[in-house]
Design a binder for this molecule. Structure first.
Ligand code: AMP
Ligand code: ZN
Ligand code: FE
Ligand code: FE
Length: 280
């Protein structure tokens, strides 16, 4: 028995449809799947329809990029529902507008470097809503500018690289407060990207727990079994739910499977119930 609490569909920068992801999750026997597209809930209705009468629980979620100086802080938000009203749902529109402006600025920055790609090509690559850097990266691959998506980030699109553009983000504390006020529960995604010194990890988690943080993503594709165990221990110590997921993106993250990550991932079922218990 296992779950996957971190996945992306083509409503953001995954390549598969919500229906395809749900069907794959049901086929592999997962008991719950969270669809966590970046900044939007647009794929949830389709995912729920596909999960109906499958016996598998579909958790509506998002992944928010937060304002954080030391590194990349991504907040997973669970049980945030598109059909319920809440202050976080209300903010999603402006977050997406800022994402869209930023995509245009990234393309101009690339043009300024003599790389002639267009926003049109990026939109065609993305095929809909939730356009992000992986789509721009794929256009660079298609144009023969780079050989892979990771190379596009290394040379152009990553933080501090020549075509990097900031966008408006919520502070982690604000994301947590808005999520709680919207009847949802949060978990810090892939905590290693926060860029914290080892001695700062525990105090940071305690501080955010006091604001209402719910969980820590301990069972992540890129962690080895030892890291998963020690993070789950830490989560327990500071009173957070040990959550986990693959961060499946289809062809935008090669070699990474739904549910299983790089082959050795198993996210325990109990995370779902423990998250649900946190909802006030
Ligand atoms: P965006 O939402 O436009 O900021 O893009 C974020 C996405 O880019 C996430 O899905 C990441 O997985 C992906 N990403 C960020 N940094 C890298 C990197 N260095 N190599 C490959 N993918 C990355
Ligand atoms: Zn993504
Ligand atoms: Fe992330
Ligand atoms: Fe993700």
């Amino acid at each position: 028995m296992a779950v996957d609490l971190h996945s992306h569909s083509h409503f953001s920068d995954g390549s598969a449809s919500p229906t395809e992801i749900v069907e794959a999750a049901v086929d592999m026997g997962l008991t719950a799947l969270a669809l966590t597209d970046h900044d939007n809930l647009d794929g949830i209705a389709e995912a729920e329809k596909a999960a109906e009468s499958s016996g598998m629980q579909l958790i509506s979620g998002i992944e928010l990029s937060c304002d954080w100086d030391q590194g990349g802080f991504h907040m997973l938000v669970y049980f945030l529902h598109p059909e319920r009203e809440g202050p976080l749902q209300d903010r999603l529109e402006s977050l997406q507008a800022s994402r869209n402006n930023r995509n245009v600025e990234i393309v101009s920055a690339l043009n300024g470097l003599g790389i002639e790609i267009t926003m049109n090509q990026v939109e065609t690559e993305a095929g809909g809503t939730g356009i992000g850097r992986p789509h721009i990266a794929q256009v660079l691959v298609n144009a023969g500018i780079v050989e892979s998506i990771p190379e596009a980030f290394d040379r152009y699109l990553g933080k501090d690289k020549p075509a990097y553009v900031e966008r408006k983000r919520l502070k982690p504390e604000d994301a947590i407060e808005l999520a709680v006020a919207s009847g949802a529960v949060t978990s810090i995604a892939h905590p290693h990207t926060l860029g914290l010194a080892a001695s700062d990890v525990r105090p940071t988690l305690i501080r955010l727990s006091e604001v209402g943080l719910g969980g820590l993503e301990c069972y992540y594709s890129e962690y080895d079994p030892h890291e998963r165990r020690s993070m789950a221990q830490l989560a327990g110590d500071v009173g957070l739910v040990a959550t986990g997921g693959s961060d499946y993106h289809g062809t935008y993250k090669r070699g990474l499977a739904l549910g299983r990550g790089f082959g050795d991932l198993t996210v325990p079922d109990e995370a779902v119930e423990q998250l649900q218990e946190r909802i006030r």
